[in-house]
Design a protein. Sequence first.
Lengths: 296, 437, 301
Amino acid sequence: MSTTQTRQKTVNLTPNPERSRAHGRKPSEWGLLAVAVIAGVAVFAPFGLIILNAFKSTQDYSSHGPLSWPTSLSIDAFINYLGRINFGQAFWNSLIISLFVAAIAVVLSLMSAYPLGIGRVKANGIVLAVLLVATMLPHEALIYPLFYGAQATGTFNTVWSVIIVFSVLQAAYGTYLLASVMGAIPKELIEAAQLDGATRWQILWRILVPILRPSLAVLVVFFFIWTWNEFYIPVVLLSDQSSQTIPIALATLRGQHNIDITVLNAGSLLSLLPTLVFFLLFQRTLVRGVAAGAVK
Amino acid sequence: MRAISRRQVLAGLGALSVSALALTACNPSSQQSGSSGSGTFKILQYEDPTTPQGQGWQKAVELFKAKHPDVNVEVQQTSFDAFRQNAKILLSGNDVPDVVEFNKGNADGGQLASQGLLESLNDAVAKFGWDKKVTGSMAAFAKYDQDGKAGSGDWYGIPNVGEYVYFYYNKAKFAKAGITETPKDLASFETAMDKLKAVGELPISSSASTSQGFNQMWVWYSLISAQASRKEIDDFMFIKDKTDFHSGAWKSGTERFQQWIDKGYVGDQLGGLSFEQATVNFLSEKAAMLPWNNGMFARIRKDASFDWGFFIMPGAKLSMGSSGHLWGVPAKSKNKELAYDWIETTLSLEVQNLIGQKGGLPLAGDINSISDPLTKELTEKFNDVVKADTLSFYPDYPVPGFLDFIQNHMQAMSNKNETASQYLDALQTFYDKGTKS
Amino acid sequence: MSKGLARGLRRPSGYWLYLVPIFIGFLAVVGIPFATNIYFSLFRWKGGAAPMRWNGLGNYATLFADVEFWTSLRNSIFMVIAIVVIPTVIGLLLAALLTETIGRRFGPRIASFLRATYYLPQILPIAVAGFMWSWILDPSDGAINSFFRSIHIIGPDWLGNPDLAIYAVMLMLIWLQIGYPLVIFMAALSRVDPELYEAAALDGAGKWRQFLAISLPTIRPEIFIVVLTATVAALKVFAPILILTGGGPEGSTVVPSYYAYRNFFELSQVGYGSAISTVMALVIFAIAALMLWWQRRQEAR
């Protein structure tokens, strides 16, 4: 591959404080920081609107519109939301589903990408393309068959139907991503391990996984968040209120001819807190350095 | 060693699949009651529990539980969108609720009825006498024939409440424009709106976005209804005699709608607005009137910081409105007798009066039990139009997919990209195609 | 013994075992439903318990003459620009900026904080994001037009004008999508040895040259991944359209997925909806296969 990877060095992103900062930051660098911060503010702005409107009373929101500051802060919306939704149960269902899917899908991706990225099984490309079909089917097309399938296997209305479905769907994506990354790992590494007498299983878990950690971390974060926000398939497979997830519960706030915006905003904020926490927790793994090529 | 590791892999895989299967098969905690016998009674509905009807139903649950202490009553909350999307799949499955709320209209209720997913309620209606409480136009969309067309056939749904459309108006703005009394006919209504424009006020707050902007559609259909005969609307709604959209109230109403747009009565740039935005525009005093139904009554009462009132389209022969959503009993329900009893409970005087007091327009309540004068006025006006049989329902009922179609053309007309005549052409084609069945 | 082992490991057949779980899952969750979908597309069917009436390839014939379908395909191109092209480019530049300049000169904490900010749109429930964007894009009082008014420009009707709405949708999609390539590229850039940059800097290469010569080639696999997966996502995008415009105004923002959804659930034409889904899946498959083949060729070089 590229020459950067023949260097067997540990890359560390944490800058040496003495070295970099002592050099003084050039004005162009401050300029770039400003650009990044302004862009960040622009990206955050709609989100700020949600926070703004979650803390308004409905009178305030109706009389002044959504773009104005609250005349007085009110947590009515949150109280209403928690009164209308069984938040604890929906939260628990969402958490179980997202965690299980993230875990299972990552393991599944790892196992499936191994033969494709390293093992070079025949018909490598075709297998990948076929797997990717899984990510290509619009969900609406899957609803009828999945419904009947879930009923047939007795998983309808249980979290397991959703867990199985999304583990497979997310793993299709993960397989592709990991196979691509694995394909870029130098063959010498694997061959060295093979000569040392390692089995395929050992190579996978003892050598590849440490190298792939940032990619695995990315996958865990993605899978958790994507699964958390899924609506169209869960709403078909989880018709019982006791198995509802947060997005399904949020949707009950919308009627045919009426909607409570402040409550919807409050509910959305509460809904995304877990995913945000999850993302922040895993950010640290993403930043940590990678052993680019070091073997035993 | 190699052989062992492969065996280990196989063993691992085997264990995984077996445990997954085992977990799927025996998961009693998450497989809720529903399917296992008549011990549990499942009610599936999507009503906001803070609305009058929602509150009435909470009372009904209390009463029902008192009547059937040995039954485990489970009230399930879903959303309107989710149920509309999934109703057909859900009701044709195995784990079916015992009684469901569903939407009136040929696109929703009609489909469910014609596919045999709902039980015919004729016997229950006769037994409990529901046809004494649900009469006239309130019963129109409760009955469907075997093609799923409303107006005739068996009873498939029972409504608890009604709804009707009118104009909320800002009294201060009317006074500012020099309008001393609410208009009595279309001509004086238009004069009033001219006066509002003269003092720089937007007369009607409206919206036309595809999935959420229904105000324009209701204004248009209200103008049709204002001059339509009972027969014209019935032919259209219940697909009886052929409807010629280039004649009668259809033509004159749509042309008048175009004039209203051209004169600036409804404002412009409506294609991206939702009814929520139109409501907020009215409440933040950016427009003088809001056309909507009684669903907004409680909110406007709570949120308006100005003096307001309401009136039905002035001088209208017919005006928009219909029954509320319907209770139905799925054909696969395992507790049909309990379901009938539940419906009877929701129609009982106690529940209906509670709904009435909150302003929910009950069909079988005693108007004298309402103490609040404004609520009483709201309910009286509704009862009057029901008795006079002047309700014209909602325009999207007759044909599936009508809603999107009409909305597209509302946008086109509001953007002045289409004339009334072009719209009527398209309307004729779509309606004829959709009612050919 | 090692020779026997090496031979055994080089045999690819052992690797097939690892693919068994996902094959089973794929069959159950994707294969069979897709086959069912194709089956449905050969009928006229209203869904639920309605009778299914054989139509052969009739649905497909209708589809190829359907103007609305071709409009939706044209809109897909806009979707690809908004979900693939622009966010990938912005993501690349931002990732380089955050990793190399800001991460190194101002501390990794700020870089992480900014990354989390850019990723926020991805974790927001789409329903509420849609509401907020409709307020931002409101023609009279929305944030954008209010800003324009303050500099004496009259802002247009973003969501109501059929010629403009698709661009408004694209704006929201770019905002939604930026975090995805950013996170992937930043993780990928952590693979680059910083000493390479210093060596290049000593040779006189500026930041931009370093970016082009060092960063880009290193993260080529990730760029492929992002472009391919984002293209697939763009071709089947659905929820933002449903929430923001419902395909309007005047049908100008309909995309194939949304068109299929309408047929499935509002028009109750399940057979036709299935035909749309099948055709879209095949189109996406063809494009993805092409891109994969291209990626293989690049890797072989």
